[in-house]
Write a new protein. Structure first.
Length: 144
C-alpha cells in the first residue's frame, strides 16, 4: 500500500482539504485580547487604514484576511486538482509532472510558513509537502 502513489496522493488530498477547512475556521473566530497591549494592537489592526495608493485604504486586518484566504484557496486548489487527477485515472507521467509543480509551490509555502507563522500551519504545510514528496518518488516513470 505504501508503495502505491495513489495512496500518497489521496493522503495529500485529505491533508490539503483538511488544511483548507481548518484554516478557513479562522475567518469565523474573533481573537480576544488578553491584556491592554493586545487590545491596542487589535484596535489598530482594524481601525488604522494604510494609504495603498489608487484609492485603496486597507487595514492590516484586511491584508491579513486576504493572505489567509489565499492559503486556504491554495490548499483547496491542490486538493481538488489531485482528487480530479485520481478520479480520472490520469497517466502517471502527467500526474508526476503536476505533483512536481505542487512540490515547488507547496515547498515554498512551507518555507514561508516555517519562517513567519506558528505551529499548526507549519505542521500542516509540512505534511502536504511530505505526502507529495512520497507520491512523487513512487509514481512510476514513463520509461518503466
Amino acid at each position: 500500500m505504501l508503495k502505491r502513489f495513489t495512496f500518497w496522493l489521496w493522503a495529500a488530498v485529505v491533508i490539503q482539504l483538511l488544511t483548507a477547512v481548518f484554516h478557513s475556521l479562522s475567518f469565523f473566530i474573533t481573537p480576544i485580547p488578553q491584556n491592554e497591549t493586545e487590545r491596542q494592537i487589535f484596535d489598530l489592526m482594524t481601525s488604522y487604514k494604510l494609504d495603498a495608493g489608487g484609492g485603496f485604504h486597507p487595514s492590516i486586518k484586511n491584508l491579513m484576511t486576504a493572505l489567509s484566504s489565499c492559503f486556504s484557496l491554495l490548499c483547496l486548489l491542490g486538493g481538488l486538482m489531485n482528487a480530479y487527477l485520481l478520479r480520472k485515472k490520469a497517466f502517471a507521467d502527467l500526474v508526476k509532472g503536476l505533483v512536481r509543480i505542487q512540490l515547488v509551490v507547496f515547498g515554498m509555502c512551507f518555507l514561508i510558513m516555517a519562517t513567519f507563522t506558528f505551529l499548526p500551519p507549519i505542521v500542516l504545510s509540512g505534511l502536504i509537502v511530505l505526502t507529495l514528496t512520497a507520491a512523487y518518488f513512487v509514481i512510476p516513470d514513463r520509461s518503466q
